[in-house]
Design a protein around this ligand. Structure first.
Ligand code: ASP
Length: 409
């Protein structure tokens, strides 16, 4: 089925302009001091359809055939919104150079890649998820299959894999040679008394020890979401979350990841948890997260962002307000002497009007190149900078800022 350009763009934009969001009786928009102080871009005009996502791959290759463009083209052709974004994130899942999602993801501590994903379909109020799925790159599509073909919502481990194979997904080893070598480097350097000889680090030229890098690194070129520890071993905290609002105001969301690098086998992050990694309410909007899942899970960040939008906050304000809740809910061992977290986290949100926004805890790794998220609307696909709570200079010194922590001794 195809739809006319007027149906795709015009009717949606007109409807978006006059739409009021449902508000909880008595709820006041609460904008805290932190949110007031933090950097917030001017409100973005509402326009539908719109897709917002993590920028995986786009930072390095803005003109390439990126997932968000694939999703947009499918939407323009009349595809269901969730089908469109599941196909969009699949571009990243199948890209072996993105070491934070699907094929080529950095493995767990046993060298096994376990992937997590979840999705929600606003118009039909359905959800699906998979966790600790092995040997299948298309985790988001498997999550959608759980939604489409079962009476369950969440399958994990061996059962999730068996289900995926029954659904026709092809098993393959997700550990690429590159990720296997990184795993060996990490493993060899864990214990000074073991019998492993340390392999040369592959920290790229110019990337600081114990800092983030990646711009000059050929093998990790698809992702800036890389932290090099003091030994030059990469840690990833990528993940892709994608959210869409169609011309007529239908909403869908999806998140897919290989999770934190070197995790304990069986660890499930926030990405497959409905309400944490992503959430969608067709009356209000959608939101999702990337970054330290352990921090997001405790605040049910996807759900909370949607609830803040329901109370009347803009998507950016909602994301910042969730970030504030994350800091408030962080145990002291993970906060520096100023109460700032030793990790980073990103939120992405859209509302039913087609307004969108994204926020992260810290300004980014490089003050000259603001960290960005991806957006696609009738003006095309582009990168826009995150709002942030703390500036680059406020990052705790000498501490990794990825989802993977080195706890101060
Ligand atoms: N949120 C993901 C997880 O905790 C990882 C990430 O986005 O970096 O598994």
């Amino acid at each position: 089925m195809s739809i006319s350009r007027r149906d795709f763009l015009g009717a949606g934009a007109a409807a978006a302009a006059g739409l009021a969001l449902p508000t909880l009786a008595g709820a006041e928009p609460v904008i805290s001091n932190i949110v007031d102080r933090a950097a917030r871009p001017a409100p973005r005009p509402a326009s539908r359809p719109v897709i917002i996502s993590a920028a995986n791959g786009m930072e390095k290759d803005p003109e390439g055939k990126q997932g968000i463009k694939v999703a947009w083209d499918l939407l323009a052709g009349g595809a269901d919104p969730l089908d469109a974004i599941v196909a969009g994130v699949n571009v990243v899942e199948l890209n072996p150079n993105d070491q934070s999602v699907g094929l080529g993801g950095l493995p767990d501590e046993d060298g096994v890649v376990q992937v997590d994903a979840s999705c929600m379909h606003g118009p039909s109020k359905r959800a699906g998820a998979v966790g600790c799925l092995e040997d299948i790159a298309d985790a988001a599509a498997v999550a959608k299959a759980v939604m489409d073909f079962t009476d369950h919502i969440f399958l994990v481990g061996e059962g999730a894999k068996r289900f995926a194979i029954e659904m026709g997904f092809k098993p393959q080893n997700l550990l690429t040679d590159k990720s296997r070598r990184d795993w060996l480097r990490w493993k060899a350097d864990l214990n000074p008394d073991d019998n492993w000889l340390n392999l040369p680090a592959r920290r790229p030229a110019g990337a600081p020890k114990g800092g983030r890098g990646g711009r000059d690194d050929e093998t990790l070129q698809q992702s800036l979401h890389v932290y090099y520890d003091a030994r030059g071993v990469p840690h990833t905290y990528g993940t892709i979350n994608m959210n869409v609002v169609t011309a007529s105001g239908d909403i869908a969301s999806v998140t897919t990841t290989s999770g934190l690098s070197w995790k304990i086998p069986g660890r499930v992050g926030d990405s497959p948890i409905i309400g944490a990694g992503q959430y969608c309410d067709n009356e209000v909007g959608a939101a999702g997260s990337t970054g330290r899942g352990e921090a997001n899970m405790k605040v049910c960040g996807g759900f909370l962002a949607v609830e803040f939008m329901r109370q009347g906050m803009s998507p950016t304000e909602a994301c910042m307000k969730v970030m504030e809740r994350v800091v408030a809910m962080t145990e002291s061992r993970l906060l520096d002497e100023h109460g700032r977290p030793y990790f980073d986290l990103q939120y992405y949100a859209v509302n039913k009007k087609g307004e969108y926004g994204a926020a992260m805890a810290y300004q980014g790794a490089d003050p000259d190149h603001p960290t960005s998220f991806a957006v696609c609307d009738d003006k095309g696909a582009r990168l826009e900078p995150f709002a942030y709570m703390y500036t680059y200079d406020q990052r705790p010194k000498g501490r990794p800022m990825s989802g993977t922590l080195v706890i101060p001794k």
